[in-house]
Ligand binder design. Structure first.
Ligand code: UD1
Length: 416
């Protein structure tokens, strides 16, 4: 278990380069098995989730190189269609190989996915959707086996706009016979970026970013080069950090502020001042710090991935904040860790009430999941004294150079 120590209340300021998006690059990496040849992904984040996906691609027979942010995936000699259980359970995004391998090879054997422990995280919507386009399933104890004689396009109505299920069905449908229409599709920016990438590969897709996505199957796809967009959750992390520590912090490159407009509004409504200068966003501290009322939900609602960090906004604000978690049923586990630092948070079902302002103090805490880890880190930077954060490796699943970036901003942070 990696442990990082943070001495809080340092003066922070400076600029941070925001890495490529984890949640965009992972499905795009999985999409590389839809074709033969060399896919090139630029601005790829150097995080452990990407390395776990590389291991899966290599076990499938792809040749992969990753240098200076450029990932090259050569699937010319890929023949395997089994994602081993030990690799699959390391990461939730392993399930994103299901649709593409099925479409390309007509058969896939895949271990059940792992990932952050933030709820039950079933895969029924993925399975139901693929069954609608003519896939057959056998569910074993450790493996899921999925086969098709030929995928056939159809109308697929999702019972919930699952991001991963929308991506899996989209990818499978690119090579199906006929037209697939996904209703109640997820609308997250990561769906839009995946659709653009698939179109660059030759796919016929429209409607991404709306609740109805149409995919007309094509005979074949070809590799392409894609620049991965900035990570909107990482960008939100640094903006929230700037707000709660009252620090002058700039982030770039923010190519499209539309992807984080909800977070910008959240911070501005709480009294923060964010100014845009081209692709740079500057946070300027103010004396205001109002409480927040949020409910997480599918895009364009506030993303569940920033829920834990928004809790620190509530802790530092003057008044009572209310945070409702509507996406994952088990995403308040970090609250006990924050209480160890002096936070006053009451949880009732899916709602957390945060009383602020509270003076936080250093404590020994343990990271329960990736985003909660970032929230504990932000809390530690606000707190008086020293905080030791164990299980730090979970944070490195999604944040590139986090320790170095925070040190560059002036944080007193070191590995123990
Ligand atoms: C993705 C993101 C994750 C984000 C989440 C919600 C990636 C790699 N991860 O995860 O960071 O928090 O979207 O925005 O992009 N569900 C089912 N059955 C299913 C699938 C999902 O019940 O078959 C439920 C989940 O348990 C959860 C909700 O639907 O309660 C949302 O899950 P989903 O949108 O699928 O999230 P992921 O794609 O796993």
């Amino acid at each position: 278990m990696a442990v990082v120590q943070i001495k809080g209340k340092s003066q922070l300021s400076g600029e941070v380069l925001i890495s490529g998006s984890k949640n965009s690059v992972l499905p795009i990496m999985a999409a590389s098995v839809l074709c033969q040849g060399v896919t090139i992904l630029e601005h790829c984040p150097d995080i452990s989730d990407v390395h776990d996906m590389i291991k899966i691609l290599e076990s499938l027979g792809a040749k992969v190189s990753f240098e200076a942010g450029t990932l090259k995936i050569d699937t010319t000699e890929r023949t395997e269609h089994e994602v081993h259980e030990k690799d699959a359970k390391k990461i939730r995004a392993s399930i994103l190989f299901l649709g593409p391998l099925l479409a390309k090879d007509k058969k896939v054997k895949i271990g059940y996915p792992g990932g952050c422990n933030i709820g039950k995280r079933p895969i029924d919507i993925h399975v139901d959707g693929l069954m609608h386009i003519n896939a057959g399933f056998m569910m074993g104890k450790d493996y899921l086996v999925c086969e098709t004689f030929a995928l056939v396009g159809d109308r697929v109505k999702l019972r919930y706009p699952s991001v991963g299920a929308t991506q899996n069905i989209m990818m499978a449908a690119t090579l199906a016979n006929g037209k697939t229409v996904i209703e109640n599709a997820a609308r997250e920016p990561e769906i839009v970026y995946l659709a653009r990438h698939l179109r660059s590969m030759g796919a016929d897709i429209s409607g991404e970013g709306t609740s109805q996505i149409t995919i007309a199957g094509v005979e074949e796809l070809h590799p392409c080069r894609t620049v991965i967009p900035y990570d909107r959750v990482v960008a939100a992390t640094y903006l929230i950090l700037a707000h709660v520590t009252k620090s002058e912090i700039s982030i770039s490159p923010i190519s499209d502020t539309g992807d984080i407009s909800d977070v910008i509004s959240l911070i501005q409504n709480a009294g923060g001042n964010i100014k845009q200068n081209g692709t740079i966003l500057n946070y300027h501290p103010t004396s205001k710090n109002f409480p927040i009322q949020i409910e997480t939900g599918p895009f364009p609602k506030v993303p569940t991935d920033i829920q834990s960090m928004s809790m620190v906004m509530g802790i530092t604000a003057t008044g009572e904040s209310s945070i409702r978690e509507s996406v994952f049923e088990n995403r308040f586990t970090f609250v006990d860790e924050m209480r160890k630092m002096g936070a006053d948070i009451q949880v009732d079902g899916d709602v957390a009430i945060v009383k602020g302002p509270q003076e936080l103090y250093g404590a020994s805490v343990c990271v329960p999941d990736l985003r909660a880890g970032a929230a504990l880190c932000i809390a530690a930077l606000v707190a008086e004294g020293v905080t030791q954060i164990a299980n730090w490796e979970l944070i490195e699943r999604g944040y590139e150079n986090f320790v170095q970036n925070l040190r560059h901003l002036g944080a007193d942070i070191e590995y123990c």
